[in-house]
Design a protein around this ligand. Structure first.
Ligand SMILES: Cc1ncc(COP(=O)(O)O)c(C=O)c1O
Length: 384
């Protein structure tokens, strides 16, 4: 017990102590927290699909027909034809020959990277990559090298260095970065393949459902789908449901089924979740206005914040506003919560010193009037 108190105290001193909010209800961009209704700017339900009747009804039908759980791993009796249908549709959606689904995006990244690389290999990862990507790289035993965020020259320099041994090299980036809201230079990264031999792994967790005419993501929008070897993403954010996927060649998929421990040693996703994922893919295809509206509103919000003299990063539905001082950031977040906005402060060491920020995660439910009022209020709070 004493040990945990000490460890928690250390975290508290470092400003890293966290607690769970316990939210009572969630609907249409709002949450109920300790009886208070708040506009939620910290969730990832970007397209507002998590309560869409097409998803909930599809989930209910699958629940009635197939039960609550998948009962076993895919390699045992947990494998349903519904899983295969979702993989077929995901492959088409991502423009790849095949796809494999995972129980979460986290499990996908850890499992895939740790079975793609091994001791003696090199993993070159953007410095701001998600924890699941770094954890996968560390678990693989490969040498982990982190290139400066979105710095293709730095990546090129690292690729140019070799210690003479034949090594497998895996380059990893997110396509839309979750803390910065900015986009990876995918075309420039792919262009490095002309000079260097490497495989490319792109995490589209925050871009899936939102970019390209089809909603497929940023690899499709940049026209580099064929050059990305492993196109990973989740159903848990814009698609309003749950689970992860990788889109890749058939041979790679067959290898993952046989070698990827997070896939093999875990019970398959439940039928209701698979059915909701299928419905979400359909909606992304039939309701492009959701992502178009969200994009327009994100641009609108950025402009409104800049008019208030605030420093804004990114180019997507994730809108970080730099406040600099961590204590000020915390106090503005608390004031906004008292006034009905749920937005969390991101402070060092999660972000560099002097770059403490509020990270606004916009969804389809946040209208321009709400965003204007919020930008105005934030301007007042930051310029007192
Ligand atoms: C970039 C990135 N990759 C992977 C994940 C993990 O996805 P999931 O929430 O489906 O486990 C996240 C989740 O926050 C993420 O931001």
């Amino acid at each position: 017990m004493e040990r945990f108190h000490t460890l928690l105290h250390e975290r508290e001193q470092a400003g890293l102590l966290r607690s769970l909010p316990s939210i009572e209800a969630r609907r249409e961009g709002r949450i109920l927290h300790h009886g208070q209704s708040l506009l939620d700017f910290s969730g990832n339900d970007y397209l507002g699909l998590s309560h869409h009747p097409m998803l909930t009804e599809a989930a209910q039908r699958a629940l009635e027909a197939l039960g609550t759980g998948a009962t076993a791993s895919r390699l045992l009796s947990g494998d349903l034809s519904l899983h295969h249908e979702l993989e077929r549709r995901t492959a088409i959606f991502k423009g790849k020959p095949s796809a494999l689904i995972f129980n979460s995006g986290y499990q996908a990244n850890v499992g895939l990277i740790s079975c793609l690389c091994q001791r003696g290999d090199r993993v070159l990862c953007d410095r701001l990559s998600h924890a699941s990507l770094l954890d996968g790289a560390r678990l693989s035993g490969a040498k982990l090298e982190r290139f400066r965020h979105n710095d293709v020259d730095h990546l090129g320099d690292l690729l140019g260095k070799s210690d003479g041994k034949a090594q497998r090299r895996l380059v990893i980036t997110e396509s839309l970065f979750s803390m910065e809201g900015d986009l990876a230079p995918l075309r420039a990264i792919v262009a490095l393949k002309e000079r260097h031999e490497f495989e490319l792994f792109v995490d589209e967790a925050h871009a899936t459902g939102l970019f390209d005419g089809s909603g497929s993501g940023l690899a499709a929008q940049a026209g580099v789908t064929d050059q990305v070897d492993y196109l990973m993403g989740t159903f848990s954010k814009a698609l309003g449901s749950f689970g992860g996927y990788v889109a890749c060649d058939q041979a790679a998929k067959d290898y993952f089924i046989n070698a990827c421990r997070s896939f093999i040693y875990s019970t398959a996703l439940p039928p209701a979740v698979i059915a909701a994922n299928l419905a979400a893919l359909k909606l992304v295809e039939t309701e492009p206005q959701r992502r178009e509206t969200l994009r327009r509103r994100a641009d609108h919000f950025r402009r409104a914040l800049r008019r208030e003299g605030l420093e804004v990063l990114g180019a997507s539905q994730i809108v970080p506003v730099i406040l600099g001082d961590p204590a000020h950031c915390l106090s503005v977040s608390e004031t906004l919560r008292d006034e009905g906005y749920w937005v969390l402060p991101i402070r060092p060491p999660t972000v560099p010193e002097g770059m403490a920020r509020l990270r606004f995660s916009l969804t389809y439910w946040h209208g321009e009037d709400v965003l204007d009022a919020l930008a105005h209020r934030l301007g007042r709070l930051c310029h007192v």
